[in-house]
Design a protein around this ligand. Sequence first.
Ligand SMILES: Nc1ncnc2c1ncn2[C@@H]1O[C@H](COP(=O)(O)OP(=O)(O)OP(=O)(O)O)[C@@H](O)[C@H]1O
Ligand SMILES: [Mg+2]
Ligand SMILES: [Zn+2]
Length: 252
Amino acid sequence: MTLKLSFGIIAEEQRLCQKHKKEYTSRMFLRNDGSEYWSGCPICYDEDEREKRRQEQIQEQIAYKQRLIARLFKQSAIPPRFESDTFDNYIADTTDKLTVKNTMLQFANEIDANLKLGRNVILAGNPGNGKTHLSVATAKVAIDKTHTALFTTVGEMIDKINEAGWNKATAIDNYTVPDLLILDEVTYTLNNEEQKSLFKVINKRYEQVRSTIIQTNLPMADLKNVLGERIIDRLRENGGVVLYFTWESYRK
Ligand SMILES: Nc1ncnc2c1ncn2[C@@H]1O[C@H](COP(=O)(O)OP(=O)(O)OP(=O)(O)O)[C@@H](O)[C@H]1O
Ligand SMILES: [Mg+2]
Ligand SMILES: [Zn+2]
C-alpha cells in the first residue's frame, strides 16, 4: 500500500511501539541514496532528544569544571618545579616517611571538612625532605575540589607586601582570601615590620577560619620565636597537624 502522499513522504502506516505499547503513524522517506527510511515512535524520539540534551549538559558541566580547575591551578602560583608533586610520587621507604605521607594524605582526603574548620598544618624539619612536595600535593587536591589555594614563600610574600607601600592592607588581603595558603620557607630573616606583616596574614586567616600550611627548616622552639607563641597556638588549634621531617635530603 505505497501511496504518493506529499513531497518527500512516500508512504505511511500505523505501527506499534513495543516500548510504549502505543500506535503511531510511521512515515516513509527516501534517503539520498534511494534507500527507505521509516520514522519511529514520536515518544521514543522525544525521550531520545531529552536524553541527548541531558548528556550535553553533563558534558558542559564537566568541561566547565575542568576550565575552573585549570584557572584555579594557574591562580595558585604553584611553581613549575613542584607542579608534578603528588601523593603518588612521594616515596615512603621508611616508617617516618610513611607517617608524614599518610597524615598529609588523610588531611587531603578530608580537605572539605578541614578547610571548613580552618585547620592548619606545620611541616618542620630538614631540607629536601618533601615538605613542599606534600604541601603542593595537598593544594592540588584542594584545587581539584574547586577550592582556592595560593602558594608563596614567606620572602616573596613579604616583598609583595613591602612593595605595596601605603596599600599594605590590600596586599595582605591577597594572602588572607584563598581557602588554603601554602606558606613556604618560614625562616629567621625578618625584621620587626616584616614579622608584623606575617603575623597579620596568619592572624587574619585565623579570624576568618582559613587554613594555612606552613613549611619551615626551623626547630619548633625557633619557629615559636619567629611566629610567636600566640600564632603557634592558633595554628595548632582545633585539630591542627604538626609533622617533623628528620631524615636525609632526597636531593643528595
Ligand atoms: N620521599 C620523597 N619521594 C619522592 N620525591 C621526594 C621525596 N622527598 C623529597 N622529594 C623530592 O625532592 C625534592 C626536594 O623536596 P622538597 O622541596 O619538597 O623538600 P623540602 O622539605 O621542602 O625542602 P626545603 O626545606 O629545602 O624546602 C623535590 O623535588 C621533591 O619532589
Ligand atoms: Mg621546601
Ligand atoms: Zn515509543
